[in-house]
Design a protein around this ligand. Structure first.
Ligand code: PAF
Length: 284
């Protein structure tokens, strides 16, 4: 197992990155909220493959949770996370204190449009992306990495971050990494830990029905009819659907008919108290 440097202050983070830079290293940041699983580890592997020093941030960001959401019970497993990062040969972990990230008087938020207002996650979590964009901008400015890696599982989040990095001239390569799934197709997520045994058995049906719908659409099925059938099947399996939508993969705009542009099928659905999100490519 390799050594994992842990830093907790912004000053220590900046010194560490400055040492790496002086030694001619490139730096990759993998922002996370901890409760790490194989999906997160796959992001660190991409950083290593790029030959960069790998820095993982762990911060459960309060501003991206609405008051009724799961901020309080979000899993916090710092020691286990560090053990996983050591095994994955990650170079450093940055785990700041909330009061250093949001000191008294903090009052700046990034205001978003474009992919952040596509009517998907934003419709159900209206304050979420402002919180995400603000913390990600802060982490990118604190760590000044050459590249930052995010999972495609949060597909709209990835689009929001790409747009923000472009608009603010951050000059950091944003990499979107494929979703890692359990053998039964369930997308890995820290929130899967909330599922009961019974719910866990039902959970893969979200992805299975999405795959069936994508296949039917590619085979020429009418888009809205196919989506309605999938919505019915997902509801009958026990989910309460927030959305199941076919969108342009780049702009996240609504689409009326198939074209040769890449499309994405995106869904959010609640199973008991757990909210699951997923998305798949439809035509390349
Ligand atoms: O995807 C996440 O885990 C979070 O939204 C992120 C990007 C770490 C920001 O808090």
């Amino acid at each position: 197992m390799s050594a994992l440097t842990a830093v907790h202050t912004i000053a220590d983070l900046r010194s560490l990155v400055a040492r790496w830079r002086k030694a001619g290293e490139r730096v990759a940041l993998v922002p996370t909220m901890g409760a790490l699983h194989e999906g997160h580890i796959s992001l660190t592997q991409i950083a290593r493959e790029k030959g960069a020093k790998t820095l993982v941030s762990i911060f459960v960001n309060p501003t991206q949770f609405a008051p009724h959401e799961d901020f309080g019970k979000y899993p916090r497993t710092f020691e286990a996370d560090c053990a996983r990062l050591r095994t994955a040969q990650v170079d450093a972990v940055f785990a700041p204190l909330p009061e250093d990230i949001y000191p008294e008087g903090f009052c700046t938020t990034i205001s978003l449009a474009g992919p952040a207002t596509a009517g998907l996650e934003d419709k159900f979590r209206p304050t979420h992306f402002a919180g995400v964009a603000t913390i990600v901008a802060k982490l990118l400015l604190q760590a000044t990495p050459d590249l930052a890696i995010f999972g495609q599982k949060d597909f709209q989040q990835l689009a929001v971050i790409r747009q923000m990095a472009l608009d603010l001239d951050l000059h950091i390569e944003i990499i979107g990494a494929p979703t890692i799934r359990a053998e039964d197709g369930l997308a890995l997520s820290s929130r899967n830990a909330y599922l009961s045994q019974e719910e866990r058995a039902i959970a893969p049906l979200l992805h299975a029905n999405m795959q069936a719908a994508a296949k039917a659409i590619v085979a020429g099925g009418a888009i809205e009819t196919t989506l309605d059938q999938a919505r019915t099947a997902i509801t009958q399996a026990g989910f309460a659907i927030d959305y199941l939508e076919l969108r342009d993969a780049r702009s996240l705009a609504k689409i009326e008919k198939l074209s040769d542009r890449p499309l994405r099928l995106l869904a959010a659905a609640r199973l008991g108290k757990t909210r699951l999100i997923d998305n798949i490519a439809v035509n390349g």
